[in-house]
Design a binder for this molecule. Structure first.
Ligand SMILES: [Zn+2]
Length: 496
């Protein structure tokens, strides 16, 4: 039995001990391949093609690269899938012009931890905490309701539509890269469906191969097949990471496979999961490395923190979720004081929005609240206040570093792939523009995301997501949701 299970949890439901019927053999097909609703000769239709030059002209350019700098009025030249130049003014001859006047031009957001398979269950657990504390009001907690409940009933087709819809929804909100923390590997077909859903959303992503639950599951050894089949090249939009949850029996094998395949090893590190002793032991044994992504990092000992920092591990914080679901206080200051690379992550939409404006605002306000309290209490050594430009770094380049993608994305740097968003600074909730980083972090929301480009390809254009019939996909997601609710024996009550 793992540490998360209550004594009352049937042993068969414990991860790694599963005795649930085998997954139905069924493929998550690519039935939802992008629609051809983008005309071939249009700017979006031609974007991303080899040799195609697009000059993003006259925007407020926030590069998130100190060597490139920022421009109150600047241009970004894209050729094919790459950024080739960023400057105050660029002459680009035959390039097609993308007028960016009134827009903030910046790198797309990077979400380093998102359980996309739960998209259809959005807000189902809006009032839940993460694990059962024995109180009647928390009987419907995340671990039991989601992982031991709903998730057990997913078919490959459910995995596919959830992944696809969640990915497109976040792309529409300017999040161009994700690490999908996928815990739905009941069978090889489930894993394939998850990867195909990620792929068909067409954004940059890291497929996080976390746990599987059913008898006959391919996980964790299936990592070798998946790596070979889908991820033999690093020169593609999708890469792979290995889940290595230390609250699950057999995590040692997951870590060994991850390192054998040169994959990063990502895991939740949460005090309420009762994992502190194991995490301390791994720290003492020198098991941490720069390949580790530690998610949450709440409640860990100073020794473990030091070992994580010394090893060059990355920290992914889901600030609103950690506060809301009782993971413990987000350790923002701790990670910053140790000089660690810190990114932001949305975690679960069953409980909180996956919108990155929400993430940045939560980060900056919580850090400043803590620092301000210390200043008010007379502490002369209170931490420096986080600035809005810092929040943007955590939401972009630090995420890229965390996922080993910083040579490709995370900033507007010549030579990197063109993962670029244009945010409308003339909108009612923003105008007049007086501070670029401040406007993005303190004023904007997803309604300001005007244009989204991934590897040079325009995926959202003038406020509209391209290439997918979202009405059709929504109906498919609702059908999947209905099936999962029914199988889980949960009434669909909007006021429960
Ligand atoms: Zn998580």
């Amino acid at each position: 039995m793992c540490r998360l299970c209550n004594p009352a949890t049937p042993k068969a439901l414990c991860p790694g001990k599963a005795a649930i019927p085998s997954a139905p053999a069924e493929s998550g097909s690519g039935a939802n391949a992008p629609r051809a609703d983008v005309s071939a000769g249009s700017l979006p239709g031609m974007s991303g093609e080899k040799g195609m030059r697009i000059l993003i002209k006259g925007g407020v350019v926030m590069s998130v690269d100190d060597a490139v700098g920022n421009f109150a009025k600047g241009d970004v030249l894209v050729e094919g899938d790459r950024i080739v130049e960023v400057a105050a003014s660029i002459e680009a001859g035959d390039a097609r012009i993308l007028d960016a006047s009134g827009k903030i031009v910046m790198p797309g957001f990077i979400d380093t931890h998102h359980h996309q398979f739960e998209t259809g269950l959005r807000s189902t657990l809006a009032d839940a905490i993460v694990v059962n504390d024995g109180k009647p009001e928390n009987a419907r907690n995340y671990y039991e309701a989601m992982l031991l409940g709903f998730s057990q009933h997913y078919r490959p087709r459910d995995v596919y539509i959830n992944e696809l819809y969640g990915g497109l929804a976040q792309l529409d909100a300017g999040v161009t890269t994700v690490m999908d923390v996928s815990q739905i590997h009941h069978s090889a077909e489930h894993s394939d469906a998850a990867i195909e859903g990620l792929r068909d959303a067409g954004r940059r992503g890291v497929f996080g191969y976390f746990e599987g639950w059913w008898e006959g599951k391919e996980h964790p050894g299936g990592a070798r097949r998946i790596r070979e089949r889908y991820f033999s090249s690093d020169d593609q939009l999708l890469t792979m990471a290995m889940g290595g949850e230390i609250y699950i029996d057999g995590y040692e094998e997951m870590w060994a496979i991850g390192r054998e395949l040169d994959l990063q090893i990502a895991l939740h590190v949460v005090t309420t999961f009762g994992m502190t002793p194991t995490f301390d032991e791994l720290a003492a044994k020198g098991m941490f490395g720069p390949d580790n992504i530690f998610i949450h990092m709440t409640g860990m000992t100073d020794e473990a923190w030091k070992a994580a920092a010394d090893a060059g591990a990355h920290v992914s914080l889901s600030v609103p979720i950690e506060m809301h679901m009782r993971h413990g206080e987000p350790p923002i200051q701790k990670a910053l004081d140790l000089g660690m690379s810190v990114s932001l992550s949305s975690d679960v939409e069953c409980t909180m929005s996956a919108d990155f404006f929400t993430q940045m605002r939560a980060l900056v306000t919580l850090q400043r609240m803590r620092a301000n309290e210390r200043a008010l209490s007379g502490d002369p050594h209170h931490p420096k206040l986080m600035r809005t430009a810092d929040a943007i770094r955590h939401a972009t380049i630090e995420g890229a570093r965390g996922l080993r993608l910083d040579r490709k994305t995370g900033s507007l740097t010549p030579g990197k792939d063109a993962d670029i968003i244009l945010l409308d600074a003339t909108a009612m909730n923003v105008a007049p523009l007086n501070n670029a980083a401040g406007a993005v972090v303190t004023l904007m929301d997803r309604s300001n995301v005007d244009t989204v480009m991934v590897a040079g390809r325009i995926r959202k254009w003038q406020g509209r997501l391209l290439g997918h019939d979202m009405e059709k996909l929504r109906r498919e997601l609702e059908e999947s949701r209905d099936y999962i609710f029914e199988k889980a024996g949960v009434a669909h009550d909007l006021f429960a």
